[in-house]
Design a protein around this ligand. Sequence first.
Ligand SMILES: [Zn+2]
Ligand SMILES: [Zn+2]
Length: 139
Amino acid sequence: MKLQRTRSQARILNLLTTLNRAVSAQDIYVELRNLDQSMGLATVYRALEALKLEGVVQVRTLTNGESLYSGVQRDQHHLTCLNCGESIPIDECPVHQLENELQDSHQFKIYYHTLEFFGLCDRCAVASDTETADSTTHQ
Ligand SMILES: [Zn+2]
Ligand SMILES: [Zn+2]
């Protein structure tokens, strides 16, 4: 499937590659404006949608419902704290091999995968422990 990229798609893809981190559509909109490459937010969303189906952009949805976009070459997973929302990047990817196997066994072209871990970060776990201990003492 050979697609002709529009100028806005090319600019957004270029921006995502340069930034090398996951950003929201709003961030992209602002960054492009700073670069004097302004386009409407609706155009940004349309371009992101097209790039996503092309398999060059991936989407990650945060616990608050916000979508973050990044170039698909980044295979990055996170530990996300449910309390403070902190996202800690992890280096390992335990499913690379599985991805290859699934591609073969299901004849499915996999563009990317997501894998996220949710729980409490160090600080929040300590805080909730203290709270529990406190309420026990005061009973
Ligand atoms: Zn936390
Ligand atoms: Zn991975």
